[in-house]
Design a protein around this ligand. Structure first.
Ligand SMILES: [Zn+2]
Length: 556
């Protein structure tokens, strides 16, 4: 508790200017709260003063009430206030577009259940193409990748694509494969068409699924009707995100027209969610944004490009140094051209852009660290990131620190994957996977994102996974590889101040300090002190952006 320090500062400052002190007019005084400022000293206060959406002062009620004349005083009834939650790596646009156009397959317990959901979804959908997302065979009785056979018999005249929970594998039916011209002999760099006994199973890994995805996007999300559908989905996504306390999203991989859609919704005043947009590398983005240097408006910030170095561990697309323990003929996939990537990174360096590259496997991490290191040369403040940094070889940790490369982790992947990670990696490698505390120590900070819709949107689940390393049933009782758990303080920083820093926004966001935007979340529970098992249920009461209450909990 730093209340004493704050009191001292308050006394000193009132001595200094006491003679000329006037009662400054402000908009709002919030009091009767425990306010975690997440400033350098991790100070705790009980009142906060706001004006024009900016924090004027955070401190003690008795002091602030004497020195300010607020238009409104608001009793927070003993609630807990934290800086607005900042999800530094998620797919906000994709989540929104998906809410409007995909069947939700998350949590399905069998492939039969997936089929049931799709049959019901098809009855209400007249878009031609059908899509679902979120299946995970690791949650099924038969833990095997599904086959298109049953899908073909149910849907013999409509193309159907079902995207795996990690987004790195897809099951397509025969109509979809036909439309895409995909055959047993198709070869896609950075991807794989799975074949069994001489016929396609319908499973497409990584880049092999790109074409069907774009065909789906054109067919369902294109045109005026599609745009209206997407806009509705995005506003629903915003509502859902506000409900779990998120005030800024780092959207990991956007095309030009997607950025424009978000910007237009912001300009119309409909989208209040703040976006740190990571661009996909393509000619349109280069022309309109990258070559023009960084861009920042009130709610949109663009100065980074997202790349993919490999696939995911679940679908065995992550690039490993040694073959998969459960698939000895494969080391996974490098999903980019090394020379071209090096060239692109050099150019982005020149444009003052941040480079954020997805790397899951230890080989992919080593490769990206190597390219970054060659360009960055030594200590720097460019904050180039590795997204996920999931399996990092013990020899490679120090490279993060040496070149100030930031691990952009997703703590919740650890607890989602802990049931099968050892199958993919074996007992020797798994101990250095999901090594978040070790990664934190390389630079002294990191950021923790959810990667939604791969995972649920609620950042408290990522916080819980980081500190407890248990699933929602409290398993395993001592936590999985608990030596790599983060402290609660650090886990809170990783979703507030450090997430803002990972996006060059710590000047305006991430902590509750004078001069910063009044972005904050009000919780009923204290996530720093409550019993660990209660963290996932901590209740969000209100969400504020720039001094505006954008969401509040309503008891139904
Ligand atoms: Zn992602």
């Amino acid at each position: 508790m730093k209340i004493k320090t704050l009191l001292m500062i308050a006394m000193v400052s009132s001595l200094v200017c006491g003679c000329t002190q006037q009662h400054e007019k402000v908009d709002l005084l919030l009091f009767n709260a425990t306010i975690y400022t997440v400033d350098n000293d991790f100070s705790v206060a009980d009142a906060m003063v706001l004006k024009d959406g900016i924090i004027v002062e955070v401190g003690l009620f008795d002091d602030l009430v004497r020195r300010y004349r607020p238009a409104e005083k608001r009793d927070m009834a003993g609630a807990y206030i934290y800086p607005g939650f900042y999800d530094p790596h998620c797919h906000f646009y994709g989540y929104g577009a998906g809410l409007a156009s995909w069947a939700d397959l998350t949590g399905t317990r069998s492939f039969d259940e997936v089929l049931d959901v799709m049959v019901r979804f098809a009855e209400e959908s007249d878009t031609g193409w059908l899509a679902g997302r979120g299946w995970d065979e690791n949650n099924w009785d038969i833990r095997e990748l599904p086959d298109k056979g049953a899908l073909d018999s149910l849907f013999s005249d409509r193309p159907v694509i079902l995207i795996r929970v990690d987004g790195h594998a897809m099951l397509a039916n025969s109509v979809a494969l036909d439309r895409g011209g995909i055959t047993v002999g198709s070869e896609v760099p950075g991807g794989e068409v799975l074949v069994k006994d001489g016929r396609m199973t319908g499973i497409l890994i990584d880049k092999a699924s790109d074409q069907l995805r774009s065909m789906f996007n054109r067919a369902v999300l294109g045109g005026e009707q599609g745009e209206a559908l997407v806009a509705r989905g995005i506003l629903q996504a915003q509502e859902n995100c506000f409900g779990v306390g998120i005030t800024t999203v780092g959207d990991a991989g956007l095309n030009y027209h997607q950025v424009q859609t978000l910007k237009q919704l912001q300009e119309k005043g409909l989208l209040k969610m703040q976006v740190y947009a990571m661009l996909n590398d393509n000619p349109e983005n280069r022309k309109h944004y990258i070559s023009q240097g960084p861009y920042r408006s009130e709610r949109m910030h663009i100065r980074s490009v997202k790349f993919f170095a490999d696939g995911a561990l679940g679908s065995r697309g992550a690039l490993l140094l040694e073959p998969y323990t459960d698939r000895s003929e494969s080391v996974g996939l490098l999903t980019l051209d090394p020379e071209r990537f090096r060239q692109q990174c050099k150019e982005l360096y020149g444009f003052g852009y941040q480079v954020n590259t997805h790397a899951i496997g230890d080989s992919a991490n080593r490769f990206v660290l190597g390219v970054y290191a060659d360009i960055l040369e030594g200590p720097n403040d460019l904050r180039w990131r590795i997204e996920h940094a999931q399996v990092v070889h013990p020899d490679d940790f120090e490279t993060f620190g040496k070149y100030n490369i930031i691990p952009a982790i997703n703590a919740i992947h650890a607890t989602s994957d802990m049931g099968w990670a050892i199958d993919r990696l074996g007992p020797h490698r798994v101990v250095y996977a999901y090594a978040f505390q070790q990664l934190l120590e390389t630079n002294g900070w990191l950021c923790n994102g959810s990667d939604f819709p791969v995972e649920p949107i609620n950042p408290l689940l990522g916080f819980y996974a980081a500190v407890a390393r248990k699933d929602l049933n409290g398993y395993p009782p001592k936590g999985w590889q608990p030596e790599n758990a983060l402290s609660r303080k650090d886990a809170l920083k990783a979703m507030t101040i450090w997430a803002a820093k990972a996006s060059f926004e710590e000047d305006q966001k991430g902590s509750l300090e004078p001069g910063k935007q009044a972005d904050f979340v009000v919780l009923k529970n204290d996530i720093i002190t409550i019993d660990e098992s209660q963290i996932p249920e901590a209740l969000v009461l209100q969400t504020w952006i720039s001094g505006e209450k954008v969401w509040h909990h309503s008891a139904h």
